[in-house]
Design a protein around this ligand. Structure first.
Ligand SMILES: NC(=O)c1ccc[n+]([C@@H]2O[C@H](COP(=O)([O-])OP(=O)(O)OC[C@H]3O[C@@H](n4cnc5c(N)ncnc54)[C@H](OP(=O)(O)O)[C@@H]3O)[C@@H](O)[C@H]2O)c1
Length: 258
Protein backbone atom coordinates (compact mmCIF):
# COMPACT_ATOMS: atom_id res chain seq x y z
CA UNK A 1 0.00 0.00 0.00
CA UNK A 2 1.16 3.51 -0.88
CA UNK A 3 0.37 6.46 1.41
CA UNK A 4 0.50 10.11 0.35
CA UNK A 5 0.72 12.72 3.11
CA UNK A 6 -0.67 16.27 2.70
CA UNK A 7 -2.88 14.56 0.12
CA UNK A 8 -5.52 17.30 0.21
CA UNK A 9 -3.13 19.84 -1.37
CA UNK A 10 -2.69 20.65 -5.05
CA UNK A 11 0.32 18.34 -5.52
CA UNK A 12 -1.10 15.53 -3.38
CA UNK A 13 -4.35 15.42 -5.36
CA UNK A 14 -2.45 15.15 -8.65
CA UNK A 15 -0.32 12.29 -7.27
CA UNK A 16 -3.41 10.46 -6.00
CA UNK A 17 -5.03 10.85 -9.44
CA UNK A 18 -2.07 9.02 -10.99
CA UNK A 19 -1.89 6.32 -8.33
CA UNK A 20 -5.54 5.39 -7.87
CA UNK A 21 -5.68 3.54 -11.19
CA UNK A 22 -2.31 1.84 -10.70
CA UNK A 23 -2.27 0.54 -7.13
CA UNK A 24 -3.73 0.58 -3.62
CA UNK A 25 -3.35 4.06 -2.18
CA UNK A 26 -4.37 5.82 1.01
CA UNK A 27 -4.63 9.61 1.43
CA UNK A 28 -3.14 10.92 4.69
CA UNK A 29 -4.81 14.25 5.51
CA UNK A 30 -5.20 16.38 8.60
CA UNK A 31 -8.92 16.87 7.89
CA UNK A 32 -10.75 13.90 6.31
CA UNK A 33 -13.42 16.33 5.05
CA UNK A 34 -10.82 17.66 2.58
CA UNK A 35 -9.52 14.27 1.46
CA UNK A 36 -9.51 13.55 -2.29
CA UNK A 37 -12.58 11.57 -3.32
CA UNK A 38 -12.44 7.92 -4.30
CA UNK A 39 -9.61 6.69 -2.09
CA UNK A 40 -9.52 5.73 1.60
CA UNK A 41 -8.29 8.45 3.94
CA UNK A 42 -6.46 8.39 7.26
CA UNK A 43 -5.99 11.30 9.62
CA UNK A 44 -2.39 12.51 9.79
CA UNK A 45 -1.24 15.91 11.03
CA UNK A 46 2.45 16.87 10.96
CA UNK A 47 1.90 18.44 14.38
CA UNK A 48 0.66 15.13 15.85
CA UNK A 49 3.50 12.54 15.91
CA UNK A 50 1.40 9.77 17.51
CA UNK A 51 -1.34 10.23 14.92
CA UNK A 52 1.23 10.05 12.11
CA UNK A 53 2.59 6.77 13.50
CA UNK A 54 -0.90 5.26 13.28
CA UNK A 55 -1.52 6.75 9.82
CA UNK A 56 1.65 5.13 8.43
CA UNK A 57 0.87 1.64 9.75
CA UNK A 58 1.16 -1.06 7.08
CA UNK A 59 2.49 1.35 4.44
CA UNK A 60 4.95 -0.04 1.87
CA UNK A 61 5.84 3.30 0.33
CA UNK A 62 5.17 6.73 1.78
CA UNK A 63 5.22 9.96 -0.21
CA UNK A 64 6.07 12.63 2.34
CA UNK A 65 4.95 15.92 0.78
CA UNK A 66 6.68 18.87 2.41
CA UNK A 67 4.70 21.07 4.78
CA UNK A 68 3.57 24.54 3.62
CA UNK A 69 4.59 25.91 7.04
CA UNK A 70 6.79 29.01 6.53
CA UNK A 71 8.50 29.04 9.92
CA UNK A 72 11.68 27.00 9.46
CA UNK A 73 11.88 25.61 12.99
CA UNK A 74 8.25 24.51 12.98
CA UNK A 75 8.45 23.10 9.47
CA UNK A 76 11.60 21.16 10.37
CA UNK A 77 9.95 19.75 13.50
CA UNK A 78 6.93 18.68 11.43
CA UNK A 79 9.05 16.91 8.83
CA UNK A 80 11.25 15.22 11.44
CA UNK A 81 8.14 14.02 13.27
CA UNK A 82 6.91 12.48 10.03
CA UNK A 83 10.25 10.76 9.37
CA UNK A 84 10.35 9.36 12.92
CA UNK A 85 6.76 8.17 12.62
CA UNK A 86 7.58 6.49 9.31
CA UNK A 87 10.56 4.71 10.89
CA UNK A 88 8.55 3.68 13.97
CA UNK A 89 5.73 2.36 11.78
CA UNK A 90 8.26 0.42 9.70
CA UNK A 91 7.25 1.82 6.32
CA UNK A 92 8.99 0.04 3.48
CA UNK A 93 10.39 3.21 1.89
CA UNK A 94 10.00 6.96 2.11
CA UNK A 95 9.87 9.32 -0.88
CA UNK A 96 10.31 12.99 0.06
CA UNK A 97 9.49 16.09 -1.97
CA UNK A 98 12.55 18.17 -1.19
CA UNK A 99 13.83 21.34 -2.86
CA UNK A 100 16.73 21.96 -5.26
CA UNK A 101 20.06 22.51 -3.50
CA UNK A 102 18.79 21.15 -0.17
CA UNK A 103 21.68 18.69 -0.23
CA UNK A 104 24.29 21.46 -0.18
CA UNK A 105 22.52 24.47 1.35
CA UNK A 106 21.40 24.35 4.99
CA UNK A 107 20.13 27.93 5.28
CA UNK A 108 17.13 30.04 4.26
CA UNK A 109 14.57 28.47 1.97
CA UNK A 110 16.28 25.07 1.96
CA UNK A 111 17.01 24.81 5.71
CA UNK A 112 14.05 22.59 6.62
CA UNK A 113 14.52 20.48 3.49
CA UNK A 114 18.21 20.00 4.31
CA UNK A 115 17.44 18.87 7.86
CA UNK A 116 14.76 16.50 6.56
CA UNK A 117 17.05 14.92 3.98
CA UNK A 118 19.61 14.30 6.71
CA UNK A 119 17.00 12.82 9.03
CA UNK A 120 15.84 10.47 6.28
CA UNK A 121 19.41 9.31 5.64
CA UNK A 122 19.96 8.85 9.40
CA UNK A 123 16.71 6.89 9.80
CA UNK A 124 18.05 3.97 7.78
CA UNK A 125 14.80 3.79 5.82
CA UNK A 126 15.03 3.04 2.11
CA UNK A 127 14.41 6.39 0.43
CA UNK A 128 14.13 8.48 -2.70
CA UNK A 129 14.67 12.23 -2.51
CA UNK A 130 12.84 14.26 -5.17
CA UNK A 131 14.21 17.81 -5.16
CA UNK A 132 11.64 20.13 -6.69
CA UNK A 133 12.27 23.43 -8.45
CA UNK A 134 9.82 26.34 -8.09
CA UNK A 135 6.47 25.38 -9.58
CA UNK A 136 5.81 26.79 -13.07
CA UNK A 137 2.14 27.10 -12.13
CA UNK A 138 3.00 30.11 -9.94
CA UNK A 139 5.31 31.69 -12.52
CA UNK A 140 3.15 31.66 -15.66
CA UNK A 141 3.61 35.11 -17.21
CA UNK A 142 0.52 37.08 -18.20
CA UNK A 143 0.05 39.31 -21.23
CA UNK A 144 -1.49 42.70 -20.51
CA UNK A 145 -1.95 45.53 -23.00
CA UNK A 146 -0.25 43.52 -25.74
CA UNK A 147 2.99 43.08 -23.85
CA UNK A 148 4.59 40.74 -21.38
CA UNK A 149 6.57 42.27 -18.57
CA UNK A 150 9.06 40.78 -16.16
CA UNK A 151 11.93 41.60 -13.82
CA UNK A 152 14.07 38.59 -14.58
CA UNK A 153 16.72 40.19 -16.79
CA UNK A 154 15.96 37.64 -19.50
CA UNK A 155 17.66 34.92 -17.45
CA UNK A 156 16.52 31.31 -17.41
CA UNK A 157 14.02 29.67 -15.07
CA UNK A 158 14.19 25.92 -14.41
CA UNK A 159 10.63 25.70 -13.07
CA UNK A 160 8.43 22.62 -13.58
CA UNK A 161 4.68 22.09 -13.47
CA UNK A 162 3.08 20.35 -10.50
CA UNK A 163 1.41 17.99 -12.97
CA UNK A 164 4.78 16.66 -14.18
CA UNK A 165 6.27 16.52 -10.67
CA UNK A 166 3.20 14.56 -9.53
CA UNK A 167 3.54 12.07 -12.37
CA UNK A 168 7.24 11.71 -11.57
CA UNK A 169 6.38 10.98 -7.94
CA UNK A 170 3.83 8.35 -9.01
CA UNK A 171 6.44 6.73 -11.26
CA UNK A 172 8.95 6.56 -8.41
CA UNK A 173 6.36 5.21 -5.96
CA UNK A 174 5.24 2.44 -8.29
CA UNK A 175 8.50 1.75 -10.13
CA UNK A 176 11.75 -0.04 -9.41
CA UNK A 177 15.33 1.21 -9.31
CA UNK A 178 14.65 4.49 -7.50
CA UNK A 179 15.69 3.59 -3.95
CA UNK A 180 18.82 5.20 -2.52
CA UNK A 181 18.65 7.93 -5.16
CA UNK A 182 18.20 11.70 -5.09
CA UNK A 183 16.72 13.41 -8.15
CA UNK A 184 17.22 17.07 -9.04
CA UNK A 185 13.97 17.71 -10.88
CA UNK A 186 14.67 20.81 -12.93
CA UNK A 187 12.17 21.74 -15.62
CA UNK A 188 12.98 22.84 -19.19
CA UNK A 189 14.75 26.21 -19.01
CA UNK A 190 12.68 29.19 -20.24
CA UNK A 191 12.91 32.98 -20.25
CA UNK A 192 10.34 35.77 -20.27
CA UNK A 193 11.57 37.19 -23.61
CA UNK A 194 11.20 33.70 -25.18
CA UNK A 195 7.68 33.40 -23.81
CA UNK A 196 6.78 36.82 -25.24
CA UNK A 197 8.18 35.88 -28.63
CA UNK A 198 6.21 32.61 -28.68
CA UNK A 199 3.01 34.51 -27.88
CA UNK A 200 3.75 37.17 -30.53
CA UNK A 201 3.91 40.06 -28.07
CA UNK A 202 6.71 42.37 -26.99
CA UNK A 203 8.73 41.86 -23.84
CA UNK A 204 9.45 44.76 -21.52
CA UNK A 205 11.80 44.52 -18.57
CA UNK A 206 10.39 46.45 -15.63
CA UNK A 207 12.18 47.47 -12.44
CA UNK A 208 11.50 45.20 -9.49
CA UNK A 209 10.05 47.56 -6.93
CA UNK A 210 8.62 45.01 -4.49
CA UNK A 211 10.16 43.69 -1.31
CA UNK A 212 8.27 40.40 -0.79
CA UNK A 213 9.27 36.80 -1.60
CA UNK A 214 8.64 37.29 -5.34
CA UNK A 215 11.08 40.17 -5.39
CA UNK A 216 13.70 38.02 -3.69
CA UNK A 217 13.09 35.24 -6.21
CA UNK A 218 13.39 37.72 -9.11
CA UNK A 219 16.78 38.74 -7.72
CA UNK A 220 17.82 35.09 -7.64
CA UNK A 221 16.65 34.65 -11.23
CA UNK A 222 18.58 37.75 -12.40
CA UNK A 223 21.69 36.30 -10.72
CA UNK A 224 21.26 33.09 -12.75
CA UNK A 225 20.45 30.93 -9.71
CA UNK A 226 17.60 29.13 -11.54
CA UNK A 227 19.60 28.16 -14.62
CA UNK A 228 20.84 24.85 -13.32
CA UNK A 229 19.76 21.90 -15.48
CA UNK A 230 19.53 18.20 -14.76
CA UNK A 231 18.19 15.35 -16.91
CA UNK A 232 16.46 13.73 -13.90
CA UNK A 233 12.86 14.89 -14.44
CA UNK A 234 12.81 13.82 -18.08
CA UNK A 235 14.36 10.49 -17.13
CA UNK A 236 11.87 9.76 -14.35
CA UNK A 237 8.95 10.81 -16.59
CA UNK A 238 10.25 8.86 -19.58
CA UNK A 239 9.40 11.90 -21.75
CA UNK A 240 10.24 15.60 -21.84
CA UNK A 241 8.55 17.73 -19.18
CA UNK A 242 5.99 20.30 -20.32
CA UNK A 243 7.54 23.67 -21.16
CA UNK A 244 6.09 26.97 -19.98
CA UNK A 245 5.86 28.12 -23.60
CA UNK A 246 3.86 25.00 -24.55
CA UNK A 247 1.47 25.56 -21.64
CA UNK A 248 1.03 29.24 -22.57
CA UNK A 249 0.26 28.38 -26.19
CA UNK A 250 -2.13 25.60 -25.14
CA UNK A 251 -3.95 27.91 -22.74
CA UNK A 252 -4.12 30.70 -25.34
CA UNK A 253 -5.65 28.26 -27.85
CA UNK A 254 -8.33 27.05 -25.44
CA UNK A 255 -11.85 28.38 -25.97
CA UNK A 256 -12.74 30.99 -23.37
CA UNK A 257 -16.40 29.88 -23.11
CA UNK A 258 -19.46 32.00 -23.61
N1 LIG B 1 8.43 24.30 -5.25
C1 LIG B 1 7.53 25.25 -5.13
O1 LIG B 1 7.47 26.22 -5.92
C2 LIG B 1 6.52 25.18 -4.04
C3 LIG B 1 5.50 26.12 -4.01
C4 LIG B 1 4.56 26.01 -3.00
C5 LIG B 1 4.67 24.99 -2.07
N2 LIG B 1 5.69 24.11 -2.13
C6 LIG B 1 5.83 23.00 -1.17
O2 LIG B 1 5.25 21.87 -1.79
C7 LIG B 1 4.19 21.36 -0.95
C8 LIG B 1 3.07 20.88 -1.83
O3 LIG B 1 2.63 21.96 -2.63
P1 LIG B 1 1.10 22.18 -2.89
O4 LIG B 1 1.01 23.11 -4.03
O5 LIG B 1 0.38 20.88 -2.94
O6 LIG B 1 0.65 22.96 -1.55
P2 LIG B 1 -0.85 23.22 -1.03
O7 LIG B 1 -1.83 23.06 -2.12
O8 LIG B 1 -0.81 24.50 -0.27
O9 LIG B 1 -1.10 22.01 -0.01
C9 LIG B 1 -0.48 21.99 1.23
C10 LIG B 1 -0.91 20.71 1.92
O10 LIG B 1 -0.26 20.63 3.20
C11 LIG B 1 -1.25 20.22 4.14
N3 LIG B 1 -0.86 20.60 5.48
C12 LIG B 1 -0.76 21.84 6.00
N4 LIG B 1 -0.41 21.77 7.29
C13 LIG B 1 -0.34 20.45 7.60
C14 LIG B 1 -0.06 19.72 8.79
N5 LIG B 1 0.21 20.35 9.94
N6 LIG B 1 -0.07 18.38 8.74
C15 LIG B 1 -0.35 17.72 7.59
N7 LIG B 1 -0.64 18.35 6.43
C16 LIG B 1 -0.64 19.70 6.45
C17 LIG B 1 -2.51 20.90 3.68
O11 LIG B 1 -3.62 20.29 4.30
P3 LIG B 1 -5.04 21.07 4.50
O12 LIG B 1 -5.87 20.73 3.30
O13 LIG B 1 -5.56 20.44 5.76
O14 LIG B 1 -4.76 22.53 4.64
C18 LIG B 1 -2.42 20.61 2.19
O15 LIG B 1 -2.81 19.30 1.92
C19 LIG B 1 3.82 22.54 -0.04
O16 LIG B 1 3.28 22.07 1.17
C20 LIG B 1 5.15 23.22 0.15
O17 LIG B 1 5.94 22.60 1.15
C21 LIG B 1 6.60 24.17 -3.10
Amino acid sequence: MIAVSAASGALGRLVIDHLRTRTKVVAVVRDPARAPAGVPARRGDYDDPAGLRAAFEGVDRLLLISSPELDTARRTAQHLAAVSAAADAGVGAIVFTSFLDADTSATGLTAAYHATERAILASGLPYTIMRHPFYSDAFLPRVAGGELTGSTGGRGLNTAFRSDLAEAAANVLTGEGHLGRAYDLTGPLWTHPEAAQALGVTYREVPDTGSGPMSWINGQIRAGALERRSPDLEQVLGRPAETVVARLLRTAAEPTGS
